[in-house]
Design a protein around this ligand. Structure first.
Ligand code: PEP
Length: 253
């Protein structure tokens, strides 16, 4: 059974004291994770030790990084590598968020390198894909997303691809308050799974968790997560409010 995941993406938000308060509120809130469910917190890198310490001992709860450099070490001032994150207990790294693709010019080829780096140390890439508004309006979102996946992931073996979590995030729905309808989410999630099935076979594709991201909140999470090919969400804005994110965790299948 593939994992159902609620992943928080705090982005570049919160002071350390605000981060501490949010983690304490989350710890105090009611959320129940069953064996196939996970809650993942992609916090700013500087807060990883704090979050790891606060969430220690919580079953199926993980602290993640929001990005990494593909090289293990070297003269890359300001960067942090996948092995460095692993050394402080991080097991998941978000890759290819549309904000990084847009503001930091991250290419599919560069993301392929990062994916290799994360898998090489036994961690899980949370690989983001998704189309901008003009592509959605042109109706070519399937081929756009397919190209992102092929260019960055299709060199992986079947065993490796089952270790990748996909986050489909239509750019027009990120931070805009506009959410893809549950039908739109299901349609493209099913397409993404079919892309992996064609390359790796249905049994492998069925093991891959595909998260939806784009203005997920407590009020819409259950409806979106109820779709058969939606395996949870990657959540930005609503993950900064403890009661919202706790409700989103509880909306997992
Ligand atoms: C995100 O940052 O990945 C995201 C989906 O943001 P939001 O939930 O705010 O749309």
């Amino acid at each position: 059974m593939r994992k159902q995941i609620a992943a928080a993406n705090w982005k570049m938000n919160l002071s350390v004291s605000e981060a501490e308060i949010l983690l304490d509120q989350l710890l105090a809130s009611e959320h129940n994770l069953s064996a196939n469910q996970e809650a993942i917190f992609a916090v700013p890198a500087i807060y990883i030790p704090l979050a790891t310490q606060k969430l220690a001992g919580k079953n199926n709860v993980y602290v993640a990084a929001q990005n990494c450099h593909p090289k293990a070490n070297g003269a890359y001032t300001g960067e942090i590598s996948a092995p460095m994150f692993a050394s402080v207990g991080v097991k998941h790294i978000v890759l290819g968020h549309s904000e990084r693709r847009e503001y930091f010019n991250e290419s599919d080829a560069f993301l392929a390198e990062k994916t290799n780096a994360v898998l090489a140390i036994g961690s899980t890439p949370i690989f983001c894909c998704g189309e901008p508004l003009e592509i959605r309006e042109a109706g070519t979102q399937n081929s756009f997303v397919e190209a992102q996946l092929k260019n960055s992931l299709f060199h992986l073996t079947a065993d490796q691809i089952t270790k990748v979590v996909i986050a489909y995030e239509p750019i027009w729905a990120i931070g805009t308050g506009k959410t893809a309808s549950s039908e739109q989410a299901q349609e493209i999630h099913a397409y993404i799974r079919s892309v992996f099935a064609t390359k790796y076979g249905q049994a492998i594709a069925d093991q891959i968790s595909i998260l939806y991201g784009g203005s997920v909140k407590a009020a819409n999470a259950k409806e979106i997560f109820s779709q058969p090919d939606v395996d949870g969400g990657l959540v930005g804005g609503a993950s900064l409010i403890a009661s919202e994110f706790a409700a989103i965790i509880n909306a997992l299948k």
